[in-house]
Design a binder for this molecule. Structure first.
Ligand code: SF4
Length: 431
């Protein structure tokens, strides 16, 4: 069976032109997806946990969904400070239930944003977001900057769908007519096709943004001969290219958000874009990783006023990244139960945080065994959004897209499992 116009549930590009061929309950061919998307779609329907598993002494035993859901609700109800973490690779409907559950429990809900583009959001909260849709970039942008990111490997179709290789309404030959500047601390696949590669010394991004702002403002006289390893000559040339563009688009990755300077880097980037908008049209977009991490920020913000790291222990929504973020709560050994949904902190969090996860009742909702599995006491497998579950996801430019399912393997979706845990908690809290 051939399924057309399917959505790739891997990265924030949320490519919506996939053609997936199935035979029975097997994916036999994926057209249009990149290697990352193809690997997920070809592989995520197999090697799944067959049923929930629970700790049994030093090993594991199989459990029913009823038993695992009852256990998850029980540990969350018993906890004084439960942490609900993850949420970036699941549907918006499940994220909404997670927020309601955290509020009822008086717990903390945080998404993977706090370890990727959290600093971008802090900067946007301070100075605004001069954003646009990826369609605008494809059709209009004649100059694109990728700063501290490598889309060729991390978002492989970003350039072919929206920038370097994507012809648009106002660009008949994008590869010829659209200039590309790449700023990074090292050479990469993306730097090799750039018209200008700006090699910045590690930790020097803030200074380079500041120098470009001065140049764009007509104060090149205050810029020294080199800034963080970049010559003044190159900076002046880039400043002129940016001012002469009809429509410029700046994309950046976690190489900027997690480098020294953190959110101040992004604030300076936004202020450079603001400066350029006095001359021409410029926009800025964070390159988001997980396919629905943007959605977690949207859903959390509609429901609480805050995009991530929301703490309900004061009976109201409280937000203070650095205090209410998952890594900080775990490092302080503050939470006494943890529900992890659709993410793999075992592969990313500091050792002290992982040690604490092993000491408290931790429940993982994830289709497959991951690095986080050994840290948990219970794992509940669910359907994979975009394969055997559907739901809402937000692309990296904030456009909501309905992710469709194309097969049914009999697993409940994240929304169903979280809904049942929430129902059980409601029965106890509001009998
Ligand atoms: Fe999937 Fe991202 Fe590749 Fe598109 S670029 S096919 S969304 S992994």
């Amino acid at each position: 069976m051939i399924h057309r116009d399917m959505i790739c549930p891997f990265c924030g590009c949320l490519c919506d032109d996939l053609v997936i061929t199935t035979e029975g309950n097997e994916v036999v061919q994926v057209d249009n997806a990149c290697t990352l998307g193809t690997h997920k779609l070809m592989g995520a329907w197999k090697n799944r946990l067959k049923n929930p598993i629970m700790r049994d002494g030093g090993g594991w035993r199989d459990a029913s969904y009823e038993e695992a859901i009852e256990y998850a609700a029980g540990v969350l109800l018993d906890a004084d400070r439960p942490l609900l973490y993850g949420w970036s690779s699941t549907q918006g409907e499940a994220q909404g239930l997670g927020v309601s559950m955290a509020e009822l429990l008086g717990g903390v809900i945080d998404s993977t944003t706090s370890v990727c583009h959290g600093p971008s959001i802090l900067a946007i909260q301070e100075v605004g977001h001069p954003g646009c849709t990826l369609g605008q970039v494809k059709n209009r942008a004649d100059l694109v900057i990728y700063w501290a990111c490598n889309p060729t490997e991390a978002h492989p179709r970003h350039m072919s769908r929206y920038t370097t290789y994507a012809d648009g309404f106002f660009l008949e030959n994008a590869f010829r007519d659209r200039k590309l500047i790449v700023v990074d601390v090292r050479k990469s696949e993306t730097t090799s096709i750039a018209d200008e590669f700006v090699k910045v010394k590690p930790g020097g991004d803030y200074a380079v943004f500041a120098a470009l702002r001065a140049i764009v403002r007509g104060r090149a006289d205050v810029v020294p001969d080199t800034v963080a390893g970049v010559t003044k000559e190159q900076l002046v040339r880039i400043g002129e290219m940016c001012k002469e563009a009809k429509f410029g688009a700046l994309f950046f990755g976690v190489g900027l958000t997690m480098a020294p300077g953190k959110y101040k880097n992004i604030r300076n980037a936004i202020e450079l874009v603001d400066e350029l908008n006095r001359y021409t049209k410029w926009t800025l977009t964070p390159l988001r990783g997980h396919y629905n991490v943007y959605g977690s920020n949207e859903v959390f913000t509609w429901m609480t006023g805050y995009p991530y790291a929301v703490d309900f222990s004061r009976q109201i929504a409280f937000y203070n990244p650095g205090e209410t973020t998952a890594v900080d709560i775990l490092a302080r050994k503050e939470c006494d139960a943890c529900l992890i949904v659709a993410s793999d902190p075992g592969a990313h969090f500091p050792k002290a945080c992982l040690e604490h996860l092993t000491k408290i009742p931790t429940v993982l909702i994830d289709p497959m065994n991951t690095v986080t599995t050994p840290l948990c006491r219970c794992q509940i497998p669910t359907a994979v959004n975009g394969i055997d579950a559907g739901g809402t996801a937000y692309r990296m430019d904030g456009v909501p897209i309905h992710v469709k399912k194309f097969m049914d393997l009999g697993y409940p979706s994240d929304t169903e499992v979280i809904g049942r845990i929430f129902e059980r908690i409601q029965e106890v809290k509001h009998p």
